[in-house]
Design a protein around this ligand. Structure first.
Ligand code: ADP
Ligand code: 5GP
Length: 208
């Protein structure tokens, strides 16, 4: 993708299911403004309490494959046997509005975003301190079947192999400490020099 988007910034979160990404984001939203959470499209079934258009756009496999054909996604991936994807249009709009665009996507999606929009992106890998703790959280959350939890745990160790590709690592042990760390990173993400349109900046700067 050409460097046409010289506005806004991307805060990208990855980490195994159950590590606490949604909990951390909930806390983050209380403390930042001018952000846009990228609502992904997925073929997985909604969990209890999840709403179409809030956590995800829930679609059929056929609808998802139609969107792939039409090139509607910035990135998409098959995760735990379901499709997940980020639609391009709302991202471009939010960036043009100079927003902090927040992604909660897997490692495969992260690699594509890094390839396409690296200069706008600050990436954070989130995990529990141990695999055992991840298992307890998935069991306690009680939103997934035993079989689903098994698949998610099997994938988790694989996902961690790529954590050093990310800018930052947060071990979500104490929720408050982890939330503070994420807030600091979110604030810093908007200050990355590569997100700044240097031409416009200098035009204003030279005039004074
Ligand atoms: P994810 O969005 O990464 O799948 P969630 O935010 O749904 O993870 O968290 C998984 C479960 O772990 C939830 O039940 C949540 O309340 C709990 N949880 C999140 N962070 C912590 C923490 N720091 N300590 C203990 N439990 C946590
Ligand atoms: P969950 O089913 O627990 O909501 O999410 C499962 C995994 O899919 C998580 O690792 C989450 O980050 C990832 N995911 C969610 N949305 C997207 C997306 O749009 N693209 C990609 N590549 N991964 C996603």
């Amino acid at each position: 993708m050409k460097k046409i988007l010289n506005k806004g910034a991307i805060l990208l979160l990855s980490g195994p299911s159950g590590c606490g990404k949604s909990s951390l984001l909930k806390n983050l939203y209380k403390n930042i403004d001018n952000y846009y959470f990228s609502i992904s499209t997925t073929t997985r079934s909604p969990r209890d309490g999840e709403q179409h258009g809030k956590e995800y756009y829930f679609v059929t496999k056929e609808e998802f494959e139609e969107d792939i054909k039409k090139d509607n996604f910035l990135e998409w991936a098959k995760v735990h046997d379901n499709y997940y994807g980020t639609s391009l249009k709302p991202i471009v709009k939010a960036l043009e509005e100079s927003k902090l665009v927040i992604f909660d996507i897997d490692v495969q999606g992260f690699k594509i975003v890094k390839e396409k929009l690296d200069y706008l992106t600050t990436s954070v890998f989130i995990t529990t301190a141990t695999l055992n703790e991840l298992e307890s959280r998935l069991i306690n959350r009680a939103t997934d079947s035993e079989e689903t939890i098994k698949v998610r745990l099997e994938n988790a160790s694989q996902e961690l192999q790529d954590l050093n590709l990310y800018d930052y690592l947060i071990v979500n042990d104490n929720l408050q400490t982890a939330s503070n760390n994420l807030l600091n990173i979110a604030n810093i993400a908007k200050l990355k020099t590569s997100t700044i349109d240097i031409k416009s900046f200098l035009q204003i700067w030279d005039r004074q």
